[in-house]
Design a protein around this ligand. Structure first.
Ligand SMILES: *Cc1c(COP(=O)(O)O)cnc(C)c1O
Length: 463
């Protein structure tokens, strides 16, 4: 995600010396296929279409802001991941990226497994008919009630995240008369090259049990000593929006090392390792994500090699992509409301949503791109900041981008790659009504999560 300063015409020369963005694309009308979902294109009139439907019709039928999810792209990405990893591995979609009953059905049809990390996600998964044995339950502080529900439902694995939880899950499993399959989440000491808040495997954070100083080995010792737990493997998730495979390699190596220690100490070869999710996607044209094929090969090569040298049978591998599956498949459509040129700085473009439908920019300085999608334009590029309608100056959707200088109120603009962690992190700040998610496929559009209404807001407010 390198950023460099480029001159873009005298009007912006002063701010461009600060250099936080790339030069405008040579032609702002071209939709870079790296950041847009697969069926997105422009029609003969220059308007964006997805799944064969134009944005004008989508905006009219479903309103703005709204998320439009390219269903065939979602399914294609599921298949790409499961084909890349093959029959000796399992792909768990990380539900927290975006989960709905329709998504659960697509996952089932495409043969994927599912990660959940709360009772709400578990309910959605079970309600849509995901077989419990294909569900993994995560979280650093699962409540007793949540663990009970997961055990009763018969989830395929619970990923243990602390010493207290080992005992808690064992106790609940025993009282239900079941032997619960579990993994232990370890922190391998890798600092993923990503924003500090979303790097999770270095030691100074809340997730997992450290490999360092023998904590993880002690957790294995305790889990193996409890009859109501069946320890099936070790789990490591090193962060998010990662492009560099080096972190995964170190992680895999350290997890295999622990498997070897467990074999030496207990005479047990744990049959599975889970290397988590975190694979990066293209939010802007500067991002170069890896293909699932390449990721699968890198991970299985390293695990096979390390296991051979440790004299271990190669364990079954699982991975947990969330963002890499759903992220690129959706865009958010907004209508431009006001436009404020700030001389010598930039132009503020206000849209009808904001931090309530995309908190990622405010939360961790995420980068996005944006395009005028209701028409094309030959006007010169104008440096913009796309902001929302909320009462916060940090209510920024796209920090630095270029849009055509003839942009006008009423134009539709779209922010691509908003499939992951946008609707799932959406809020009601300022009593905003959370936007719908509309699945588009082969000329048909259908709401899979409806827009909130003022009635919904009032229903929760019981006076
Ligand atoms: C968040 C999370 C994932 C998914 O991360 P992505 O960056 O969306 O791929 C996978 N596994 C665990 C344990 C997670 O917490």
């Amino acid at each position: 995600m390198s950023r460099s300063a480029h001159p873009a015409g005298p009007r912006h020369a002063d701010v461009l010396t600060e250099g936080h963005y790339s030069a405008p694309a040579a032609d702002l009308n071209v939709l870079d296929e790296k950041v847009w979902s697969r069926t997105v294109t422009r029609d003969a009139d220059g308007a964006l279409t997805v799944g064969g439907i134009g944005v004008a019709r989508l905006a009219e039928e479903f309103g703005t802001p709204a998320y439009f999810l390219d269903e065939s792209d979602f399914r294609a990405r599921c298949r790409a991941w499961s084909e890349a990893f093959g029959p000796d591995a399992d792909v768990f979609y990380a539900g927290k990226a975006f989960l709905s009953r329709a998504v659960v059905r697509w996952l089932q049809e495409e043969g994927l497994h599912l990660d959940v990390c709360s009772g709400g996600e578990l309910t959605t998964a079970l309600d849509a008919g995901m077989p419990a044995e294909r569900i993994a339950f995560h979280g650093n502080n699962k409540t007793v009630a949540e663990i009970e529900r997961a055990v009763e439902a018969g989830v395929g694995r619970i990923v243990l995240d602390s010493f207290q939880e080992i005992v808690r899950v064992a106790h609940i499993a025993r009282s239900h008369g079941v032997r619960q399959r579990v993994q232990i989440r370890v922190t391998v000491g890798v600092e993923a090259h990503t924003h500090e808040f979303i790097a999770t495997a270095h030691e100074d954070q809340k997730f997992g049990i450290a490999l360092a100083d023998g904590q993880a080995a002690e957790a294995v010792r305790r889990a193996l000593g409890l009859d109501s737990l069946e320890l099936i493997g070790i789990h490591s998730h090193i962060g998010s929006q990662i492009f560099d495979m080096a972190g995964f390699e170190v992680s895999a190596r350290r997890v295999v090392q622990l498997l070897a220690e467990v074999r030496d100490e207990h005479g047990v070869e744990l049959p599975e390792i889970d290397l988590g999710g975190g694979l990066g996607i293209a939010y802007t044209s500067d991002d170069d994500p890896r293909e699932p094929q390449e990721i699968a090969k890198a991970l299985s090569d390293i695990v096979t090699r390390e296991c051979e040298s440790a004299g271990l049978r190669t364990p079954r591998i699982s991975v947990e992509p969330g963002r890499a599956i759903v992220g690129p498949t959706a865009f958010t459509l907004y209508e431009v409301g006001t436009i404020k040129p700030l001389e010598g700085l930039r132009t503020y473009v206000s849209v009808d949503g904001g931090m309530s439908d995309n908190i990622r920019t405010a939360l961790y300085d995420a980068e996005y791109s944006v395009a005028l999608v209701s028409r094309t334009s030959d006007a010169e590029p104008m440096l913009v900041r796309v902001v929302g309608k909320h009462c916060e100056s940090g209510d920024i959707v796209v920090k630095d981008a270029f849009l055509p200088a003839d942009l006008a109120p009423g134009d539709l603009i779209a922010v691509p790659a908003t499939g992951a962690y946008c609707r799932s992190m959406a809020s009601n700040y300022n009593h905003a009504l959370r936007p719908p998610v509309v699945a588009v496929r082969d000329g048909e559009a259908r709401v899979i999560v409806r827009r909130e209404t003022e009635e919904d807001l009032l229903r929760l407010d019981v006076g």
